[in-house]
Design a protein around this ligand. Structure first.
Ligand code: GRF
Length: 187
């Protein structure tokens, strides 16, 4: 099975996922796609010998990215720190074949604005005593796809947004690759 990872930023999750499947015989990460030419995830892909493809918003919307995925015989899409809404053409071509990780406990702290540090800042400012990760299928409504997995971590009153971010990244690295494997093995 061939996985494509979409990332927009640092790509630390993408790296953990690639490393996880390097020793797996049936599943491979075949391609990293990115919407930001200067994003560090492209450097990580090069260092990991994973082909990458940078695309623009028109190419994403017009179906050109879909064609790249089909040309590479991609079976499954993983969004790992990807910040654009997935267009209909992709959701329709990959039904129940696109998953995303959200760095909070959906439905709380969901939505487009809640990414990167600001989701953790919102959790801290709300005085939450816990946060976590949500891995879910992606449909045209973005963060509203069926939830596959959630894990939680305690948040203490003296935690900064950065402290929460560290705890969340630890959960992501621990759980995301294994959840992807469970889901992809079943398709
Ligand atoms: C992660 O916290 C992920 O949950 C969120 O954006 C961040 C991406 O980090 N979607 P990285 O690019 O994987 O380092």
């Amino acid at each position: 099975k061939k996985i494509a990872i979409f990332a927009s930023g640092s790509g630390s999750n993408a790296q953990k996922i690639v490393e996880h499947f390097q020793s797996h015989s049936e599943i491979e990460v075949s391609l990293l796609l990115c919407n930001k030419p200067e994003a560090y995830c492209l450097t990580r892909a090069k260092n990991l010998n994973i082909p990458s493809h940078v695309f623009t918003r028109p190419e994403f919307k017009s179906g050109e990215v879909l064609k790249v995925l089909q040309d590479n015989e991609i079976d499954f899409i993983v969004l790992a720190g990807f910040l654009w809404l997935v267009p209909e053409n992709l959701v329709e071509a990959f039904p129940d074949r696109i998953i995303n990780i959200h760095p909070a406990l959906l439905p709380k702290f969901g939505g487009k604005g809640m990414y990167g540090m600001n989701v953790h800042q919102a959790v801290v400012e709300a005085g939450e005593c816990e946060s976590g990760i949500t891995i879910h299928y992606v449909n045209a409504q973005y963060d509203e796809g069926q939830v596959i997995f959630q894990a939680t971590t305690k948040v203490s009153p003296e935690d900064s947004a950065e402290d929460v971010a560290q705890k969340i990244h630890a959960l992501e690295y621990k759980h995301f690759p294994a959840v992807i494997q469970q889901v992809v093995e079943k398709i």
